[in-house]
Write a protein that binds this ligand. Structure first.
Ligand SMILES: [Fe+2]
Length: 196
């Protein structure tokens, strides 16, 4: 297990294989609340060299690349070119943790005031922004799960995030600040290192 000093400088990184091995040993309770898996991510920063075979880049859109999937969780690497961002979305009631082995990302959170999926209308307001850096993984707040993720152009660097979702889900709701929302399907760009 890697060590993180009090100044939060990473002193040792684990390979993605070691990371998956440990993830598979976590108890179902670690995925039910957010603290167990968050502590695991903090203690086990992943060596970027070990995830190269999972990374596929697209100038038009960020890519979702599956690394591991069980009944309990899915683990993916998301590749963010400079300036790319996600839609504002939820996670279908599932927990989510994010770490950034490469670069850093901004997560803009939103408070959902109202949502009517049938009428495709919503009311959301932006709240806080948190940063995901190699030293600081984050968990999505289950009580305020609506957010987007951004690799701001002014940061001028590619980024890779590792996402753990529990349990796996393949649809989510996307929102706009103008008040519309709707459900979309989610797909992978690659699975286990092979393009889909
Ligand atoms: Fe998300």
């Amino acid at each position: 297990m890697a060590t993180v000093t009090s100044s939060q400088k990473i002193t040792e990184r684990v390979s993605i294989e070691e990371f998956v091995g440990g993830l598979r040993k976590l108890a179902p309770e670690d995925f039910t609340g957010v603290q167990g898996t968050l502590a695991y991510l903090r203690a086990n920063p992943v060596d970027p060299d070990s995830i190269q075979r999972y990374l596929f880049w697209d100038a038009q859109h960020y890519t979702r690349n599956l690394i591991d999937k069980t009944e309990l969780y899915e683990l993916m690497a998301i590749c963010w070119e400079v300036g790319q961002r996600s839609s504002i979305h939820n996670h279908k009631g599932q927990n989510c943790w994010m770490a950034a082995p490469v670069g850093r990302l901004a997560v803009q959170n939103y408070h959902l005031i109202a949502e009517d999926l049938e009428a495709r209308s919503c009311n959301i307001v932006p709240t806080d922004v948190v940063e995901i850096t190699p030293e600081s993984p984050v968990a999505v707040d289950p009580l305020n799960p609506v957010h987007d993720v951004r690799n701001p152009r002014e940061w001028s660097q590619r980024a890779v995030t590792l996402h753990v979702y529990s349990r796996p889900f393949d649809t989510c709701v996307v929102y706009s600040e103008q008040g519309s929302c709707g459900e979309i399907g989610l797909s992978y760009r690659s699975m286990y290192g092979k393009l889909c």
